[in-house]
Design a protein around this ligand. Structure first.
Ligand SMILES: N[C@@H](CCC(=O)N[C@@H](CS)C(=O)NCC(=O)O)C(=O)O
Length: 223
């Protein structure tokens, strides 16, 4: 069996870690999980022991190190091509949507941090964050339209669960946690994400963590 470790941050807060973890779990690939709680004294040194990039997630397999969530996803897809849609045009769309997530949506990422413990919170957010949410809803809608055109069944974005769904899973948590009003098509995809037993497992484990990162605690709890 391969010697494989996934180094992750706090389950409660680390959205990039969640993406890599979900893909490995979905593929039922065995791995040792090494959790480094972020922004605790000495955390950076601990990450540096695994990768000089100093960020999680990091996948270590049989002596090589992959230090970025998208690179980990692509690495897994080489062995498991079903992580991308089979059709070339859908695959290109999925890759573009994943690239947009990986490189963009800065306002959403900054203002609505992923926080598994944020349940029914209320939050004021900027116009830019609102535009990010609008854009995400447009991507999800176009995925559903493409599925119809290609006669593919949902409930995931472009066929079976894949990299695109892993990349938008933390977005679902953010939209749910801060009670963002959504169109019907987005609500049904959000529910599909929240019903995923693997995401449920991650959320539960995140909620049970003890560390608090004050900067990531935003919004107020409604009574
Ligand atoms: N582009 C990287 C981003 C990784 C990243 O920013 N990870 C955060 C946790 S979610 C981190 O390691 N933060 C620690 C720090 O900033 O010191 C990826 O996709 O993996």
């Amino acid at each position: 069996m391969a010697n494989r470790q996934l180094i992750i941050g706090n389950k409660n807060y680390s959205s990039w870690s969640l993406r890599a973890w979900l893909l490995l779990k979905h593929l039922q690939i065995p791995f040792e999980e090494i959790r480094i709680p972020l922004f605790q004294p000495g955390y950076h040194q601990k990450i540096l022991q695994h990768s000089s990039a100093g960020r999680v997630p990091i996948l270590k397999e049989d002596g090589h190190t992959i230090w970025d969530s998208l690179a980990i996803a692509e690495y897994l897809a080489e062995q498991h091509p079903t992580l991308w849609p089979a059709d070339a045009s859908l695959r290109a769309y999925a890759r573009a949507a994943v690239a947009e997530m990986h490189a963009g949506f800065m306002a959403l990422r900054q203002e609505l941090p992923m926080n598994c413990r944020a349940i029914q919170r209320q939050l004021e957010y900027s116009e830019q964050a609102a535009r990010d949410i609008e854009r995400i809803e447009a991507i999800w809608l176009q995925c559903q339209q493409l599925e119809q055109q290609h006669q593919i069944q949902g409930p995931w974005l472009l066929g079976d669960f894949g990299i695109i769904d892993a990349f938008y899973a933390p977005v679902a948590l953010r939209l749910q946690g801060y009670q963002i009003p959504l169109q019907a098509h987005s609500r049904s995809y959000l529910q599909c994400q929240l019903d995923n037993p693997l995401l449920k497992q991650w959320i539960e484990e995140g909620q049970n963590e003890s560390e608090i990162i004050e900067e990531e605690e935003v919004g107020t709890t409604s009574c």
